[in-house]
Design a protein around this ligand. Structure first.
Ligand code: NAD
Ligand code: IPM
Ligand code: MN
Length: 367
């Protein structure tokens, strides 16, 4: 049978609590669909590898991880001990760049059984994809401080937009939009205020739109875009944004759809030169870590996106269908962020059992 080699990095905080539930569900799907997942765990986390070596990843990380079919990642960050920019630039952001995972695909969907904080919103009203540029943009280490510790102390940080980098994420987003029933795309901009990089982004998006006449494309300034996520979420189908804007939208969207605890993401290297990385949108949540109450659905759904990427779309659909059924029908196992009193393990176990049982799916593609 087909065998996939997966690098597993649980990370810190609730990453260590939700990853086992993700693996439990993935193994149930593998068994049901007759393939194997050979998982190798790595302790690349603040509390493990960093504590011993003072680095987040070994120097040969590219060789260590580069040969896997995919990376299944929890979350890293232990801000009390390691400054966030050190831990994140030392691991997740390094992996995204080093493995050229230039698309960060983050589905946002209001699922049955989950209550939106928005008034009168029902499943179907919120169903869009955030496509986030994942290797450049506002996330840069170019810049520095001058005149330190004086009144003239000055800090500069550059935004980087390359034609290749902007075009490839736009192309990916337009291709996705063209394949969806509504064929709508909105690109986030801020060309009124950010007067160099954002007009460039608009220029490239406008040029790309001309190549996809079947897609209804428009742009929103990021400020009103956030307001419309709340007021008119049904407006959106595919939303493509620069790195920082995409980061913000991909917490706001899931919050509108009930909780960031269910939101998945796929850091994709579409060229398949390197492994892609699958992780929930949320972080290590130090405020609830160690209590066994984190919602594992974001991790499990990210696993479904990984199965789809590996070439197992039926297994991926089965996982998503199981998530939808359990959230809709099993109020007894919902975690506190979903208004329940359940536990991480209870919800993960219920979804794994549903995957194994595999009742005829109302399933759909993982994104
Ligand atoms: P966070 O996502 O960890 O937590 C934000 C809030 O959402 C917290 O109140 C938390 O309890 C809640 N929450 C998050 N995930 C949840 C889940 N699965 N179930 C229930 N509630 C959940 O964001 P933060 O507090 O800004 O960051 C905490 C740490 O995580 C920092 O070190 C940060 O840098 C890191 N971080 C890492 C990643 C990653 O590795 N991908 C992503 C975001 C943040
Ligand atoms: C995310 C996270 C990361 C990001 C942080 C932890 C660096 O917020 O994956 O959304 O900003 O990309
Ligand atoms: Mn984020």
């Amino acid at each position: 049978s087909q065998r996939y080699r997966i690098a597993v990095i649980p990370g810190d905080g609730i990453g260590r609590e939700v990853v086992p539930e993700g693996l439990r569900c993935l193994q149930a799907a593998a068994e049901a669909h007759g393939f194997e997942l050979e998982c190798t765990e790595f302790d690349f986390a603040c509390a493990d590898y960093w504590a011993r070596h003072g680095e987040m990843l070994p120097p040969d990380w590219r060789d260590v991880l580069g040969g896997f079919h995919a990376i299944f990642f929890g979350a890293v960050g232990w801000p009390e001990v390691v400054p966030d920019h050190v831990s994140l630039w030392g691991s997740l952001l390094r992996l995204r760049r080093g493995f050229d995972q230039y698309v960060n695909l983050r589905p946002v969907r209001l699922l049955r059984g989950v209550r939106s904080p928005l008034r009168d919103r029902e499943p179907g009203d919120i169903d869009f994809l955030v496509v986030r540029e994942n290797t450049e943009g506002e996330y840069s280490s170019i810049g520095g401080r001058i005149f330190e510790d004086t009144d003239r102390e000055t800090v500069l940080q550059e935004t980087v937009m390359t034609r290749t980098g902007v075009d490839r994420v736009l192309r990916y987003a337009f291709e996705l939009a063209a394949a969806r029933p509504r064929r709508r795309l909105t690109w986030a901009t801020k060309s009124n205020g950010i007067a160099i990089s954002m007009p460039y982004w608009d220029e490239r998006a406008t040029a790309m739109a001309q190549r996809y006449p079947e897609v209804a494309a428009d742009s929103d300034h990021i400020d009103i875009l956030t307001a419309r996520f709340v007021l008119q979420p049904d407006r959106y189908d595919v939303v493509v944004a620069s790195n920082l804007f995409g980061d913000i939208l991909s917490d706001l969207g899931p919050a509108c759809a009930g909780t960031i605890g269910i939101a998945p993401s796929a850091n994709i290297n579409p060229d398949r030169t390197w492994p892609s990385l699958f992780e929930p949108v949320h972080g290590s949540a130090p405020d609830i870590a160690g209590r066994g109450i984190a919602n594992p659905v974001g991790q499990i759904w990210s696993g479904a996106m990984m199965l789809d990427h590996l070439g197992e779309p039926a297994a991926a659909e089965r996982v998503v269908a199981a998530i939808e059924r359990v959230l809709d029908e099993r109020a007894d196992v919902l975690t506190p962020d979903l208004g329940g009193t359940g536990t991480t393990e209870g919800l993960g176990t219920a979804i794994a059992a549903e995957i194994a049982a595999g009742a005829a799916g109302r399933g759909r593609r993982p994104e």
